[in-house]
Ligand binder design. Structure first.
Ligand SMILES: [Mg+2]
Length: 353
């Protein structure tokens, strides 16, 4: 029998602030703060409500003190939370608001994908400074809700507040996975093969161009249309093909180190095997350093003792190396020479944007 649970972390439903009324007492005690946004468009509210009703897992969504979620029988809950902060994760002059909303939810969905889970509901807490145009907020929500619809993940609650400056969004995604079947970072053993989905470095290549004030268009689609690999993660889990898994949010070197540390193994990566994104109008392969250390690609990195097909759920899968007993991560160059690689060794774009 399905067991309804009450979520402790979603707080108030977002209906009241989004209806354009006063946002309550956030940040200013008993006096209350008027959130600096005019009345929301009815269309947007309808869209949010429709999204909130869209999932079988949500017993009660927006409009009550807590969301009530239904967990499928024999499943465990997955919960992930991710910040999206202006000037850290995005810049308003670089990124359209729809994209910021889309990336915000993608970060959470990608974490659920990395566990082999199914996303069930999302919760958004959004703090916006009074001088942020209403239109920006509407477009941000549209990007987020369009993606929520694509993945059939209802927005089941959240909160809004006025921030002291800029925009901060926190997305919580709740998912589920059959009991005991979540794919952890700690499951890799020495002598297994290491795989990645898709191509790497495409998102960092776009940021590199933006930082140089060069034009960046839709051809940098992994940056502007990020896509969480939810179906791939589930398929790998169902077929028992991934012993350990993580999503590539911080970059291959950093995220591989997470698997190595949690699994107590080392790794050898073949430089020539890494699938580097081809970007720009000329479809040029990105620099190896971008593929190694650039983040925000939202591909999956996993280890497997089994042979994995070159395509899983319609997504390209590439073997890039193997796990070892000796600790540390080594890169094998095309000429056979080896060099150690440090996690996050490429720091240029790691500061604030
Ligand atoms: Mg992650």
């Amino acid at each position: 029998m399905a067991v309804p649970i009450r979520t402790d972390y979603c707080g108030k439903g977002i209906s009241r602030p989004l209806l354009g009324a006063r946002a309550g007492t956030h940040g200013n005690g008993s006096r209350g703060i008027v959130i600096g946004m005019p009345l929301r468009e009815k269309k947007l509210i309808k869209q949010i409500r429709r999204s909130a009703r869209g999932g079988q897992s949500v017993v009660t969504g927006i409009g009550d003190d807590c969301a009530v979620l239904r967990v499928p029988p024999g499943h465990e809950l997955l919960v992930t939370t991710d910040f999206t902060i202006e000037k850290v994760h995005f810049r308003r002059d670089w990124h359209r608001p729809e994209l910021v909303g889309r990336r915000c939810l993608t970060r959470g969905l990608s974490d659920i994908a990395a566990m082999g889970g199914e996303p069930r509901a999302a919760f958004l807490s959004l703090a916006v400074a009074g001088d942020v145009p209403q239109k920006w907020v509407d477009r941000f929500l549209k990007g987020l809700l369009d993606l929520a619809e694509e993945f059939k993940v209802p927005l089941a609650g959240g909160d809004t507040a006025q921030s002291a400056g800029g925009i901060q969004a926190d997305i919580v995604v709740v998912g589920s996975v059959p009991k005991g079947k979540a794919v952890l970072r700690s499951g890799a053993k020495a002598g297994e093969q290491i795989y990645v989905t898709g191509e790497l470095g495409g998102s960092a290549a776009a940021l590199a161009r933006l930082a140089e004030s060069k034009p960046v268009g839709a051809e940098y689609f992994r940056h502007f249309r990020p896509l969480a690999r939810v179906a791939v993660g589930q398929r790998l889990r169902q077929r028992g093909m991934a012993s350990a898994m993580i999503d590539l949010s911080d970059g291959l070197s950093t995220d591989l180190e997470h698997i190595c540390k949690e699994s107590h193994v080392g790794a050898e990566i073949e430089a020539e095997a890494i699938p580097r994104a081809q970007v720009g109008l000329g479809k040029k392969r990105v620099a190896l350093e971008l593929a190694l250390h650039g983040g925000d690609d939202y591909e999956l990195l996993f280890t497997s003792a089994a042979a994995v097909p070159s395509s899983v759920a319609g997504v390209r899968v590439t073997r890039i190396g193997r796990t070892t007993q000796s600790a540390g991560i080594r890169l094998i160059e095309a000429d056979g020479k080896q060099r150690p690689i440090e996690a996050g060794g490429w720091e240029h774009f790691r500061g604030n944007l």
